[in-house]
Design a protein around this ligand. Structure first.
Ligand SMILES: O=C(O)CCC(=O)C(=O)O
Ligand SMILES: [Mn+2]
Length: 204
C-alpha cells in the first residue's frame, strides 16, 4: 500500500496511511455523509441493561450482508455513490474487496466507542478491517487482551486510513475514548469497511 506505515504488533498487523484522502476530499465526504446519511441511534444491551449508543450509526452494504453485534441486528442500506467512491479508493490501496461498511458519527467529544474487538463470527477468522476517518481527529487506542499493559494509540485525522489485519481482532481490543468537552473536539465520521461471509449464521 503506497505511503503506508506497517506496524507489526504482537499477534496482529496495523497499516496506517495518514493522508489517503486530500483535505478537499476529507471535507467534501465528511459533509456529504453527515448530511446525506440516515443516522440512527441504536439501543444496545450491555450487561443485561438497555442503553442508547453514545454515537450515531448507519450500515450499508451488499444485499444480505446482515450484521449482528451487542444484541442488535443491522440490515444494510444500499451503497451510495460516495460510499462506493471511498470503497474503490481503499480497495485499490489495499488489494482487498469489502462488501459492507459501518458508519459511526461522533458528534462531539462526548460521543465515543468502548473497548471491543471486531470478532463477530460473520467476519470470519482474521478479518481485515479498513477504517477511514473524516472530519476531526480522534484518539484510537488498542490494548492486548492477555496483557492490557501492552497498548498502542494513534491520532486518526480526517483523510487517514487504518487497516487492522492478521489475528489482531482475536488478541486485541480497541476503542475511541470520550474527550473532555472543554477541549471542544469537532465532529468526526468513521467508516469501517468489512467483509461479511455469505451464509454465516450470526450467534447473537
Ligand atoms: O471510530 C473508530 O475509529 C473505530 C470504529 C470501530 O472500532 C468500529 O466501527 O468497530
Ligand atoms: Mn471496531
Amino acid at each position: 500500500m503506497a505511503g503506508a506505515e506497517v506496524i507489526e504488533l504482537r499477534d496482529g498487523t496495523v497499516r496506517f496511511v495518514e493522508r489517503l484522502f486530500s483535505a478537499a476530499e476529507n471535507e467534501r465526504w465528511f459533509t456529504a455523509l453527515r448530511d446525506g446519511t440516515r443516522w440512527r441511534q441504536e439501543e444496545i444491551c450491555l450487561f443485561g441493561r438497555k442503553r442508547r449508543q453514545p454515537r450515531l450509526t448507519a450500515w450499508h452494504g451488499d444485499p444480505g450482508a446482515a450484521y449482528c453485534y451487542s444484541g442488535i441486528r443491522l440490515h444494510p442500506e444500499p451503497w451510495t455513490e460516495d460510499l462506493l467512491a471511498i470503497k474503490a479508493r481503499i480497495e485499490a490501496a489495499s488489494a482487498t474487496r469489502f462488501n459492507s461498511v459501518l458508519l459511526n458519527y461522533y458528534r462531539d467529544g462526548q460521543d465515543s466507542m468502548g473497548w471491543h474487538s471486531d470478532d463477530e463470527p460473520e467476519l470470519g477468522d482474521n478479518p481485515l478491517i479498513g477504517s477511514v476517518s473524516l472530519g476531526a481527529a480522534r484518539r484510537f487506542r488498542m490494548r492486548h487482551k492477555a496483557d492490557p499493559k501492552v497498548q498502542v494509540a494513534w491520532n486518526l485525522p480526517g483523510g487517514s486510513y487504518l487497516e487492522m489485519g492478521g489475528a489482531l481482532q482475536r488478541h486485541w481490543r480497541h476503542c475511541v475514548p470520550k474527550v473532555a468537552s472543554k477541549t471542544g473536539v469537532g465532529p468526526r465520521i468513521n467508516l469501517t469497511f468489512r467483509r461479511i461471509s455469505a451464509g454465516a449464521t450470526p450467534s447473537r
